[in-house]
Structures are given as C-alpha cells and as structure tokens.
Write a protein that binds this ligand. Structure first.
Ligand SMILES: C[S@@+](CC[C@H](N)C(=O)[O-])C[C@H]1O[C@@H](n2cnc3c(N)ncnc32)[C@H](O)[C@@H]1O
Length: 195
C-alpha cells in the first residue's frame, strides 16, 4: 500500500492542515492510517495526542513500527477499528484526518457520519484524497501520471471527486461541510467538516 514516490507529500499536506486550521493540540485521529505517514507528519509539527486507526491489523503493526522509528514525542494510540463503527465516544476528537481511505470504506455515508459523531464541537475533519495544495506542480504531475496508471492497472475505479463527492455528502445529512480542491478549477477531492 505504501509508495515511496508518495513519501514527500505527507509533510506538505500536514503543513497545509496546520496553516489552514490552526489546531495543533488535543486529540487527532488518522483514520485509514495505513503506514501512518499522514498522522506521523502531522504529529511532528503539532502537540497532538495521536490515534492511528485502521481496519487492517497489519497496518496497525506497520504504523506502530513506523512511529517507533520516527521517535515521536507525541502520545500515540493504535486502534484496529472500522470507520463505520468507531469505538470512541461522541465529541472526542479535536482534529480528524483521513487520506486515501474513503474510497475503500464499505459504507461511505456511515463512515462520514461516524467521523462527524466523534468530532468535538469546534473541531475539524479533513477527509478524502489527493496531494494537497502545497505539493509542487512538477511532483504533482509526476505522481498523478504514475498514480492513475497504477489505479487503472489494479482496476480500482472507486475514486470519487467533484459531483460524486457532493452527492455522497448530501446523503450524510452533515451540516457545516464543504468540498475542497487541491488545485484551483479542478474537481474537489477532499471533504472538510467543521463542527
Ligand atoms: C490507500 S491506504 C491509505 C493510507 C494512508 N492514509 C495514505 O494516505 O497513504 C487505505 C487504508 O484505509 C484502510 N481502510 C479501508 N477501509 C477501512 C475502514 N472501513 N475503516 C478503517 N480503515 C479502512 C485500509 O486498511 C488502508 O490501510
């Protein structure tokens, strides 16, 4: 699941998140964490107490090892859990990030509703996929070319963007949310929920 080519993008996205939302402490969930790079890069530049969450037990083992290798000072927790049934109380998290995972959820509406349920009042969730706004154009072009080819080869066509993402959001009944694009005038690939 981990691509070496994607490695640089996580720190760009983490910096974008901190710049845009200015939330740097409290509880942060990285849902569908995989190898954990998104949460790890965010933890490096914040005081977040991290919750690395994934449905796949192998990912949980991988992220534990990656956090260990990174020598993070942030308090970190590891949950093998389904986004559609999070074992967390309401109003729990100050920030939630989920990158590259939404397309794999077995019930995307339920998953987004669960994220909204566990998000604290005043908190923000940033869910979707893409390379973020700060990834330089040359790297973006290189990665998008490779990424698309791989998706086609693997027959993965579940990626949602633009109108499809809006239609999904409409079905959730969640207020205070909007779609975000990485690049101006391109279809949105992220959902932002503010509570
Ligand atoms: C493509 S990886 C993304 C990894 C990482 N977040 C990134 O941005 O590179 C998708 C991850 O979502 C996880 N996942 C899929 N369905 C899930 C679900 N229902 N609940 C939680 N995690 C899920 C997978 O196990 C996998 O680790």
């Amino acid at each position: 699941m981990h691509s070496e080519n994607l490695k640089p993008i996580y720190s760009y996205i983490a910096q974008q998140i901190v710049d845009d939302y200015k939330i740097t402490k409290g509880k942060c969930l990285d849902i569908g964490t995989g190898h954990g790079a998104m949460g790890i890069e965010l933890a490096k530049i914040t005081d977040f107490e991290m919750y690395f969450i994934d449905i796949n037990p192998d990912s949980i083992e991988e992220v534990k090892q990656n956090v260990k290798n990174t020598n993070l000072n942030n308090k970190s927790h590891y949950l093998k859990a389904d986004v559609c049934n999070l074992p967390l109380m309401d109003n729990f998290a100050d920030f939630i990030v989920s990158r590259g995972s939404l397309w794999f959820w077995h019930d995307q509406i339920k998953g987004l509703q669960e994220i909204n349920r566990v998000l604290k009042k005043g908190g923000v969730a940033f869910v979707g996929g893409g390379l973020g706004r700060y990834t330089p154009q040359d790297l973006r072009e290189k990665l998008q070319g490779k990424g698309r080819k791989k998706l086609i080869e693997r027959g993965e066509t579940g990626f949602l963007s633009g109108d499809e993402l809006q239609a999904l959001l409409d079905k959730t009944g969640i207020d205070n949310c909007r779609l975000i694009s990485d690049v101006e005038n391109k279809p949105a690939t992220w959902i932002e929920i503010r509570k």
